[in-house]
Design a binder for this molecule. Structure first.
Ligand code: 3HC
Length: 310
């Protein structure tokens, strides 16, 4: 990598160019994007597990069909993102191996249990709400395939977000039992959603290079503030109580939350707390049970290749 190549690349980033798969790029730009995009894809696929459990227990056919559509969307987002990572030279096998051996991460939020049906609504409202803030920011990312994937994914996330909010607002204004379930779901999902947007900027080692090269257009704390500012007033309006006694609005109109428990965040990511071990065991089992499909596809491809060469 010569200084001239770097200078030309930096000029393209400064000019707001989209970098495409065949273009020259620094090895670190490629590595960072494979890291981020593959972990994003892992998050989408693992994210199907907590909600998928409730498809067979949905309270009505309408809720069941909405949840099935949402989980199917997440699967599609995962495929979209694995393909985007493949344009950088990563292979499915490498990415999956990294996930299953814990070399790669996926979003901490999916290591929390979904204990009641109201959790499905709260995930739609808060988790997809946080994801929309993050993914809208990434839609402006300098890497073409990622930026375009985000545009498509954000449009589907708005449906996920709306259905979750609509469900919780209905329960918060419903029977005392429904109100209790909605509040219990908020008590358990609020802080994990706040943490989901990443460590504070002062503890975010990747943000520097990501923002320099136009991958991350806003910092973790900026995206977090957008998420908090939108959701706090709406949750309070629905008659719910935030599980954060320090929450208040400052003179600039920003909602200021209390201290975040980063020990829990890292424990959940490392599998020392929460359901990380169960999630990976489920993903490993799905991989093992699917081996026969991969073997059959490989045998068919080999036979096609042999008959083409005869
Ligand atoms: N869960 C797990 N790990 C996390 C994390 C989280 N919520 N937040 C940060 N981390 C990890 C980072 O991956 C990094 O570790 P690594 O170097 O081994 O990858 C470390 O903590 C330090 O964090 P940084 O802030 O330096 O890392 P980034 O600059 O990459 O910022 C991020 C973290 C904001 C999550 C960024 O990676 C990002 O925007 N990723 C793409 C979006 C994404 O992955 N979202 C996950 C949720 S997907 C989703 O919600 C689906 C929806 O349909 C519900």
């Amino acid at each position: 990598e010569t200084p001239e190549q770097h200078a030309a690349f930096e000029a393209r980033i400064a000019a707001g160019d989209k970098i495409e798969p065949g273009d020259w790029m620094p090895a670190e730009y490629r590595r960072q994007l494979i890291r981020m995009i593959s972990q994003h894809a892992h998050s989408e696929v693992v994210g199907m597990l907590p909600e998928g459990e409730w498809i067979s227990q949905a309270p009505t056919l309408k809720r069941k069909t909405i949840l099935m559509a949402k989980v199917q969307d997440e699967a599609g987002h995962g495929q979209y993102l694995y393909h985007a990572a493949e344009t950088l030279g990563a292979t499915r096998e490498e990415m999956l191996e990294a996930l299953l051996t814990r070399k790669a991460k996926y979003s901490s939020i999916f290591n929390y249990p979904t204990l009641t049906w109201a959790d499905v609504g709260m995930i739609g409202w808060l988790v997809d709400g946080a994801a929309i803030k993050n993914q809208t920011m990434l839609a402006g990312c300098s890497y073409g395939p990622y930026s375009r994937a985000m545009v498509r994914i954000c449009s589907e996330e708005t449906f996920h977000h709306k259905q979750g909010k609509e469900m919780i607002v209905a329960y918060a204004q419903g029977t005392p039992e429904q109100r209790r379930m909605a509040q219990d779901a908020l008590d358990r999902w609020w802080w994990p959603a706040v943490q989901m947007l990443g460590p504070h900027d002062s503890d975010s080692p990747n943000t520097g290079v990501l923002s320099r090269w136009g991958i991350k257009l806003k910092s973790n704390d900026e995206v977090r503030q957008e998420f908090v500012n939108e959701h706090v007033p709406e949750l309070l309006e629905a008659g719910l109580t935030l599980p954060d006694p320090d929450m208040h609005q400052n003179e600039q109109g920003n909602w200021i939350h209390g201290p975040i428990n980063w020990d829990e965040f890292w424990a959940v990511i490392k599998g020392e707390a929460g359901l990380g071990n169960e999630r990976l065991a489920t993903r490993q089992a799905a991989h093992d049970e699917g081996a026969w499909v991969r073997d059959a596809l490989q045998a068919y491809a080999d036979r096609q290749r042999r008959s083409a060469s005869e």
